[in-house]
Structure formats: C-alpha cells, structure tokens
Design a protein around this ligand. Sequence first.
Ligand code: GDP
Ligand code: IMO
Ligand code: MG
Length: 427
Amino acid sequence: MSAFVVIGGQWGDEGKGRMVDLLAQDATVVARYSAGDNAGHTIINHLGKFALHLVPAGIFYPEKICLIGNGVVINPAVLLDEIQQLESRGVSTKHLYVSDRAHVLMPYHTLIDELEEDARGDAALETTRRGVGPAFVDKVARTGIRMADFIEPDALRARLEQVLPQKNMLLERMYGSPPLDLEKLYADSVEYACKLKPFVRDISTFVHDALDRGEQVLLEGAQGTLLDLDAGTYPYVTSSTPPPLAAGAAIGVGIGPTQIDRVIGVYKAYMTRVGAGPMPTELANETGDILRRQGPAPEFGATTGRPRRCGWFDAVASRYSVRVNGVTSAALTRLDVLDNFPTIELCTAYELDGERVDSFPATISVLERVKPVFEEVTGWQESTAGVRRFGDLPPNAQAYVKRIEELLGCPIEIVSVGPEREQVIIR
Ligand code: GDP
Ligand code: IMO
Ligand code: MG
C-alpha cells in the first residue's frame, strides 16, 4: 500500500475536511502536511459538528494515528485549545503527534500579519490575519523557531534572544507598535512548550512504519490550488511552503513522491473564494447571494466567518488544477446547493478581447478582464440530499456531474449531497 493525498482543487473550502473524515476509514495514519490555522475544516459526523484548524480530520477514529507534519506552522495556543475542545467533547487525542520539525507560529507573527494587512490599505490581500504568512516568511528567511527547539528551554531562549530584537525593530520602527518583552514571551512560550512536549515526535517514522506494514496513509491538504504560491493567483495567495499542491504532501510529512500513488482533488459544484483576488465567474449579484445562503451549510468562512464570494463552476481553473496536482480522481461536493436552480451555468472557457482562452492565465490583470464563456445546463429542481446512489440522482443532476467530469478530464468518484458524513455517493 502507499500514501494518497486529498487536495483542494479551487480556492479552498471545497470540503476537504468532510472528505478526509470519510476517507480516513481506509487509512491507519492521517497527516496534515501544510499551512497553519488559516485552514478551517468542517466535519459533521455522529459525534457532532467540528471546525478543525490544525488537527487532522482523521481524529474522530480513536484507533487512527493523526499527525501534524513538518510542513505545518503551529500556533501553540490554537493547537492546545483545539485539543482541549476535542477532549471535552469526547474525542480522544491519544494518538495525535506533532512534528519536531514543524515551525512555531509566535505572537509576533500574528501582530505582523495584522500590521502588514492594515498597511496595505485598499490593496490588502484579506488574509486570515492568523500570522501564517509571516511564520512561513521566517521559515524561509531562516529566522523561524522549530518545535524541536521550542520544547527545549535553553534552545528556545537562545533562539528568541537572536530573533526577537529583529522583530521588535520591525514592530517599533516600521509600524510604530510597542515591542514584545523577551521575558514574558519566553515565560509564556515555556508554559505552552511544557503542554505540547508529550505530542512532539519525528512524525515521519509513523508514516514510514505504516507504509512498510502495507497500510494506507492519508495526507490531508489545506487551502486550494488557486491559493498556491506557484500555481495560484499570485500575489493573492497563501504563503505555505511546502505548498498546498499534491506535490507538497511528500515534503510536508517526510516521504518521497514515489510513495504517493493517488491524488484525490476536491471540487465544489460551483466556485467560492474568501479574500481578495480575481475570480472570473464571481456572481456579485442576487444569484451569488442565493448560492451563498442555500442549503444546510451557508458559505461563511470556518476560520474568519467572512462571507465567501460565490460563482458558477469554472472548468478552466478547475481543469488547470487537475493538471498541476496530477489529480487521479475527483470528489464533487455541495451538489445539493444547486437543487433549486431552474438553470445552472458552467464556464467552459474564457474570452479576452474577442479571443477564446482555454488555459488559466498567470496575469492578474488578464484574470480580472476575462469574461467567462457559459454553457447553460437545465437544473433538476428536486432534493438530492437523501440520494446515496448515482443512478438515483435526477437525470439532469447526473448529466451535470458527467459534464464536469468531461471538462475536468478525470473521473469523479465521489459526489457529496450534504455536509454529513453519510451524505455521499460513491460511484
Ligand atoms: P475545507 O476547508 O475544504 O475542509 O471546507 P470547509 O469546511 O471550510 O467548507 C466546506 C463547507 O461545506 C462546510 O461548511 C461543510 O460542512 C460543508 N459541506 C461539505 N460538503 C457538503 C455538501 O455536499 N453539501 C453541503 N450543503 N455542504 C457541504
Ligand atoms: P482551507 O484549508 C479558504 C486565503 C485567505 C486569503 C489568502 C491569504 O479551509 O480550505 P493567509 O491567512 O493564508 O495568509 O491568507 O488565502 N485562505 C483560505 N481561503 N480556505 C482556506 O483554507 C484558506 N487559507 C487561506 O482568505 O485570501
Ligand atoms: Mg475551510
């Protein structure tokens, strides 16, 4: 057996969490491989409704090993709170481990994220303001603090003495903001470190051992392809390194790419985006508002509560993401949200100055100018929420899924028709 990856094929929030909660059944190890608590993965199962930011969505199976990989940046306060909340609701975190190579998201990262966003004014990226971007900047700049050092008081102190003066200079001189006190930051950090230490391991050994035993390892992505530093709508992207792309999964848990044999791309049956940046099929009108509010889980961010921008399915962007991830099969989520529409539009290409565009442009000004070329599909106007077999979907809904499959160029093996674990059709 080998590892398989679940990635977001659009701008995040495609329903990766609910897919991991479902697919974790087949794995013995579930590992998050990138990003930080900017991610918000909603899960609804027999234990209730949960919004996870750092803990992998395999946590609801008490016997599975859940790992937070070296590719994730960890805010200790957020992780400890998430663990405590899970435990208080009867979800065991006994088999949760955190990579000793993961970087720690420090209080100055959150401050800098806020200050940078405020300073950008009208050009704000509309980040989640969780400090994730600045934490990855420090990782790349070699001024980060890794979990292995964070949990050793002497190493932590030495690192803070080196890094904090730089951060304070930035806070004070660039932003006129008060500096952080070394002693307080150190004392708070040591307190968190004591609580986190029992979780910290070389997590790659769990992954290698499971693979050696012939078991399946599920690698859980965060965010989406179009938010990726390389593939996405730069600069309106997130800063994760390793990237949210499938290629980042191997790096983010310490295995080689040859150990991954399947990539499951999660796509919504339409598009959403939260934060700034181009979105060719956006419906900034009443139809967009209907998409946002339709169904049992309206489109408001799990991390920030912000309304998500909504629009019709964009096959240009989604096909591009199938390619850059090497997606082997797709999961189509939130089909039920389209249940009441008499007609649905599908964007099959873009048009720019009278020319047809079939590939996803790199230039932001071009993405802002392209006009979607729509194909009209007749709706089904019938509830799909209770359907569990593909053949039982209304014929127009089947046709919609098959048309998207054709446009993506890869099989759609899973269709979800509601937010609950069981509301799914496996083809
Ligand atoms: P993630 O970040 O990719 O894990 O996605 P989020 O959890 O941020 O956003 C997906 C939202 O859609 C959540 O509120 C889910 O509960 C919900 N959801 C997932 N699948 C379905 C579905 O098939 N139908 C409906 N109506 N909601 C769904
Ligand atoms: P999940 O895992 C949707 C977006 C932010 C912003 C941009 C940069 O739940 O799909 P950041 O805080 O990362 O520096 O913000 O990226 N963003 C997400 N949007 N889902 C996510 O994660 C996101 N993570 C970051 O809204 O536009
Ligand atoms: Mg989300």
